[in-house]
Ligand binder design. Structure first.
Ligand SMILES: N[C@@H](CCC(=O)N[C@@H](CS)C(=O)NCC(=O)O)C(=O)O
Length: 215
């Protein structure tokens, strides 16, 4: 089989790159990673060469190009159906996909006001309207799924659903958005995952600064 090549942006900032990257790593799937930094004021022209949308992440697999974080995860899950990327039961998979799509399409107030930033020291912001509602909805999702599965992750073991919410764990922490013990327990479980640690450690060695992501 051709090798999987995942193109990503800066590990410090690129939340959409982080999602498929951590899903593949956690599932033990081998891939090559090519990091293209946002080190130009108007984006990096190389994004347009590798990705139909000019955005990362994008997966190259032989002649196949897959863009959009969730589509990349789905493609790899199709290639490796036994890797446990999605939960085992059809009912759980449906819920996992539903909340992943909520993440992809929603939580805009939180995503816009509170960019992922692995090296930002913890500190609160004046939050615009909508962020509190986004945080509450995410906590409801996390609590109900972990109560049902028994944790430590949303569906017990780490799945693509946890991957889709991984950047939110960083946002909740660095902008000091949550205090609930069950929420903090879930965040601790995600942050202790070896794939999270590998990404974060690499992010901390990066020197690129993107001013618009420094909230
Ligand atoms: N919906 C897309 C979002 C991709 C996206 O917005 N990527 C950002 C980086 S996190 C990007 O490539 N930005 C560069 C640009 O817009 O020039 C996905 O899920 O993959």
């Amino acid at each position: 089989m051709d090798k999987l090549v995942l193109h990503i942006g800066n590990k410090n900032y690129s939340s959409w790159s982080f999602r498929p990257w951590i899903a593949l790593k956690a599932a033990g799937i081998a891939f090559e990673e090519i990091l293209i930094p946002f080190d130009f004021p108007a984006g990096n022209p190389r994004f347009k060469e590798i990705s139909p949308t000019g955005r990362v992440p994008v997966l190259h697999h032989g002649n196949v190009r897959v863009w959009e974080s969730l589509a990349i995860i789905e493609y790899v899950a199709d290639l490796f159906p036994d890797a446990g990327i999605w939960p085992k039961s059809a009912a759980d998979r449906a819920v996992a996909r539903a909340i992943s799509m909520e993440m992809l399409a929603g939580f805009r107030a939180l995503r816009n006001a509170c960019p992922m930033n692995m090296r930002r020291p913890v500190g609160r912001l004046d939050l615009p309207e909508g962020v509190t509602d986004d945080v509450a909805r995410i906590e409801t999702i996390w609590h109900s799924l972990r109560a049902k599965s028994g944790g430590p992750f949303l569906f017990g073991t780490f799945t693509a659903a946890d991957a889709m919410f991984a950047p939110v764990v960083n946002r909740f922490e660095i902008y000091d958005l949550v205090t609930d013990t069950a929420t903090l327990d879930y965040m601790a479980a995600v942050k202790a995952h070896p794939a999270w640690v590998e990404w974060r450690d690499a992010a901390l060695t990066e020197s690129w600064i993107v001013p618009e992501d420094e909230a």
